[in-house]
Write a new protein. Structure first.
Length: 320
């Protein structure tokens, strides 16, 4: 049974519209939306209409008058990464496949910086997609030391393995303030049964995460500290560029020196030294949470970086 019905919205006049936080009076074209949530006097859903200016965006309808009159106020969310965005870095989705992903029931939550989202040992019944912000996967040793295993960016589903593995063997927490969308396992399994290519893309996504883990193991085990840092920064820039979140070789990077040290298996003091050396060599500028790569080719050389292990569509463009 379809729990989330599709409804048609036919704007009559412009009063009551709020588009990405800004009021607007011109009347948009009619559109269809799949409801995600229905409460008294409030409805929320995703716009399905192909080619519409609001396609893929979340819309909230609120009853305008105290008594039902058929009139509603409509707020349209600003553009944001969707749960299909990360998959499109590894697979070209059809419009139908993209719509199938966009219409998944998603429970959006805002999470403060430096908060755990899931813990090692949890037995989750849902996965989450990162919509905004950066998270990290990590493990804590018996001596209370943290090893960061991966950084995750918008479009990623960091705990996708929980769809098939009952118990989590790692923890995931926020680096920056994040917006995440929780998707029930049952909904994902139903989608995979109906859409074989999406199931294959999700499987490929978990294989890509495994490939990244192998590269990180090589980075920590066999490269000098300065090469580890250069490699880590190259990876972050390429992945952010693939998601459209970096301009040229400039992007926000919310990780602290302690975060970077924990990802490279070195102390915070050592991480500071290698970052200073990369600055001294005029390879990067790093300040106030912003990274600018000054010499991309040399940074790749120092980091022994080849983006093939990321298995991105158009990896050559992202790494250029």
């Amino acid at each position: 049974m379809d729990t989330f019905p599709v409804v048609e919205v036919k704007p009559i006049y412009g009063y009551g519209w709020l588009i990405a936080g800004e009021p607007r009076r011109e009347v948009p074209a009619a559109f269809t939306m799949r409801l995600e949530r229905s409460q008294p006097k409030l409805w929320t859903g995703i716009v399905l209409s192909e080619g519409h200016e609001f396609e893929g965006r979340r819309v909230t309808l609120t009853q305008r008058h105290r008594e039902w009159s058929g009139y509603v106020n409509i707020a349209v969310e600003a553009d944001r990464p969707t749960s299909g965005s990360g998959l499109e870095t590894v697979l070209s989705l059809s419009d139908e496949e993209r719509t199938a992903i966009l219409t998944l029931p998603v429970d959006e939550r805002e999470v403060r910086a430096r908060q755990d989202i899931v813990h090692e040992g949890d037995r989750p019944s849902r996965c989450f997609v990162i919509l905004e912000g950066v998270t990290c996967a990590f493990k804590i040793t018996g001596g209370a030391k943290r090893q960061i295993l991966a950084f995750h960016i918008p479009g990623d589903v960091p705990d996708l393995q929980s769809l098939h593995l009952e118990t989590l063997d790692l923890s995931i927490g926020t680096i920056s303030a994040c917006k995440v969308g929780f998707i029930q396992h049952a909904a994902l399994r139903d989608l995979c049964e109906r859409r074989a290519r999406i199931a294959a893309a999700l499987w490929r996504e978990t294989l890509t995460y495994a490939s990244i883990f192998r590269e990180w193991m090589t980075n920590i085990g066999q490269r000098e500290a300065i090469s580890r840092a250069a490699h880590l920064l190259c990876e972050f820039v390429v992945r952010m560029r693939a998601m459209g979140l970096a301009e040229d070789h400039i992007c926000e990077i919310p990780m602290t020196q302690q975060d970077l040290g924990d990802a490279m298996g070195i102390s915070t003091v050592h991480a500071n030294r290698v970052l200073q050396e990369l600055r001294r060599l005029r390879l990067i500028e790093l300040a106030s949470g912003n990274l600018r790569v000054l010499d991309w080719e040399q940074l790749k050389a120092v980091g022994d970086f080849d983006p093939a292990y990321l298995h991105l569509r158009g990896a050559g463009r992202a790494a250029a």
